[in-house]
Design a protein around this ligand. Structure first.
Ligand code: PRX
Length: 635
């Protein structure tokens, strides 16, 4: 019996129980039967959760790109690997076969080598959703360079801090990006970022918008002529199972972004396995995940998961509202998409438009529809199920994180009965637990607690780049011996999980994971600001939005509050990116603080939500009178 595919609920429980009893045997068999290795492993797993040390498939040798492309060529060379759907629907879509992808990735990999990039070097990729993005990622992985994709919506200083943190040698970018009816000057953003990044000696520039850009002599080169001159064969680097594959930055509740480091073999095994099962993937399916490759969802379920299975994956450059609110549905109809994977925020924003936008397209090819990134509310779940899935496609509400690398808790379509707003059951091999405040594991069902994972899984991040202590502290110290997710969850009467949201200072805005501390740091740099506190509050479309409580310096210089509000948001935009802008700003004369000087965010959160009942114990506050002032001036 193969463990790779789960066909019914009985098999799920069988596999699940087996995976808990004998995790090494379980993952070992999946790894052995479904991938090509240069050399097998000594041990399937070696770990010490206390030290946050985890190794999967020790000493095995493998190249993930050989598994994504080369091994499919004999059987699927002419099959479409990537469908590229441009921002502008009038521009023709591209169908890139596995043979074409092999050539393009090999050439690009040779370009990287010629430019001096070697195994272990870090390459920052700052590109729009165009084929060059996929090709660059895979080219890095082919030669063992560590890719660090930075979402092309981040500002110059956000890119710079990510480049500096992992000392990238090279940046791959484009002249510009199309986004709806706008075009964005990506090269200009990179030029500004690189003023602060001495480690970068080479910049390769893809042409997309054909806009004029500055090319810095000796540093910048157009990508295409280099690719044209390269040969289409490139010997793949032999990678150790635990060699780094990529770094992907995610916001932390404090301090600078965390460069989550993922390694090769475990990531490969679990992304492939989860893709196959959670999307019920079959050979001729057309899979579309609408995320950006700049996020983990794009890494695992636009690129690696689908390609490891020899699938056809759609890369969409545009946005759901351009040229109109029917774009997603038009693309599904046009390319006969069979699995569609998107975020609740997109679902909510489209659900508020006229249903005709979706109802007029033929979505009959769809088999499975998925959701990721934040809790999906009941109304959005039903709209998605009724109008997109037409009540015949299971909705897979998939819970996971940048840190987990792959989907962890999710229904398996046609296997697990779905339940609106529930991510339902863990994948085989995944051992979630709920913990109480006293750090005890909560047994039984119909319980609520902090969500932890108590046993390693193959695609977990191995460390934070350059800061293992922070990795240990952030994820393995709150509940010793366990990985703490930062999320709260409940387990219902049948053992289904429902994720209730973050229990730390991270707010998920439109599916983007934002730490409040870095935003506060950015605001506090504004010359008028003395101190600030940011909290999330519920928002109909975005899930959560940000509310800022700001204390101004007493100079009185900044009297025009509207101007100041605008300036603060511009400041956030340029320091972090437009996604971190505040929806509401309230100027306050003080913030509720404990005697030790800690801001009581719990109170601010309640005020931002407009819930003035039961503030809990405020007796420990240094300045309880401030609460009434803040309440009465709420915006
Ligand atoms: O709070 C959870 C929420 O998104 C967080 C992870 O964010 P990020 O690392 O950016 O990865 C997003 C894409 C995997 C989680 O800690 N989250 C993710 N999926 C769900 C979710 N919350 C509820 N339900 C989900 N399905």
């Amino acid at each position: 019996m193969s463990y790779y595919k789960i066909n019914n609920l009985e098999q799920y429980f069988k596999h699940y129980n087996k995976s808990i009893r004998e995790p090494r045997k379980f993952w070992g068999k999946i790894a052995e039967e479904n991938f090509v290795w240069y050399q097998g492993w000594d041990k399937v797993l070696d770990f010490d959760m206390g030290e946050a040390q985890v190794k999967w498939f020790t000493d095995a040798k493998v190249n993930i790109v050989k598994n994504c492309i080369d091994r499919h060529l004999a059987k699927r060379g002419d099959k479409t690997a990537i469908i590229f759907e441009p921002n502008n629907p009038e521009e023709a879509a591209q169908h890139i076969s596995y043979n074409d992808l092999y050539d393009r990735v090999s050439k690009m990999a040779n370009v990287l080598r010629e430019q001096g990039i070697k195994k272990g070097d870090r390459v920052c990729i700052y590109l729009p959703m165009i084929p060059e993005l996929a090709v660059s990622v895979l080219a890095c992985a082919r030669i063992g360079a560590i890719h660090s994709v930075v979402f092309a919506g981040f500002s110059a200083s956000a890119v710079a801090s990510r480049i500096i943190d992992c000392e990238c040698k090279m940046v791959i970018t484009s002249d510009g990006a199309f986004r709806g009816n706008k075009s964005i000057d990506l090269k200009g953003i990179i030029d500004e970022a690189l003023e602060k990044c001495p480690s970068v000696t080479k910049v390769l520039v893809a042409k997309r918008t054909n806009t004029a850009v500055n090319m810095k002599e000796g540093r910048d080169q157009w990508l295409q002529p280099l690719v044209d001159a390269a040969v289409p064969n490139c010997v793949a680097e032999i990678m150790d199972a635990e060699d780094p594959l990529f770094i992907l930055y995610t916001s932390g509740s404090t301090g600078k972004p965390k460069g989550m480091l993922h390694t090769t073999a475990g990531y490969m095994v679990q992304t492939a396995y989860s893709f196959k099962n959670i999307f019920n993937y079959e050979e001729n399916d057309i899979f579309w995940c609408t995320a950006d490759i700049g996020w983990i969802t794009g890494h695992s379920y636009i690129l690696y998961g689908p390609l490891l299975n020899g699938a056809t994956t759609v890369i969409f450059e545009g946005i759901p509202s351009y040229p109109d609110f029917g774009r997603f549905w038009e693309v599904i109809d046009k390319h006969k998409v069979t699995q569609f994977y998107t975020a609740p925020t997109a679902i909510r924003s489209l659900a508020k438009e006229n249903d005709e936008w979706v109802d007029k397209y033929d979505l009959s090819t769809l088999k499975v529809i998925g959701s990721v990134g934040e809790p999906i509310n009941e109304e959005a779940w039903h709209w998605y199920n009724d109008h997109v899935g037409k009540k015949k496609c299971p909705v897979v509400d998939t819970w996971w994180q940048t840190e987990t690398g792959s989907i962890m808790i999710s229904p398996i379509p046609f296997v697990t009965p779905t339940k609106p707003t529930y991510a339902t059951l863990p994948l085989p091999g995944i051992q979630p637990v709920l913990m109480d405040e006293k750090r005890n594991e909560i047994e039984g069902n119909q319980v609520v607690g902090s969500l932890c994972i108590k046993f390693p899984w193959p695609s977990m991040a191995r460390t934070i780049w350059g800061d293992h202590e922070r990795y240990k502290e952030t994820y393995f110290s709150a509940f010793p011996g366990k990985y703490f997710t930062g999320d709260g969850a409940l387990r219902d009467e049948v053992g289904y999980y429902r994720i209730t949201g973050r229990v730390d200072d991270v707010v998920i805005v439109s599916g983007h994971n934002l730490g409040t501390a870095p935003i506060e740091d950015a605001i506090n740099e504004h010359p008028a600001v003395a101190e600030s506190a940011i909290v999330g509050f519920p928002h109909d479309i975005k899930g959560n939005a940000l509310y800022g409580f700001i204390i101004l310096k007493e100079t009185g210089e900044y009297r025009d509050r509207d101007n100041l509000t605008r300036e603060i948001n511009e400041h956030i935009s340029s320091h972090i990116g437009p996604i971190a802008k505040l929806d509401k700003i309230q100027f306050v004369s003080g913030l509720p603080k404990t005697r030790s000087g800690k801001i009581m965010r719990r109170i601010l959160r309640k005020i931002a939500e407009g819930d003035f009942s039961n503030f809990g114990d405020t007796t420990t506050l240094l300045n309880p009178e401030i609460v009434d002032e803040i309440k009465s001036n709420r915006v």
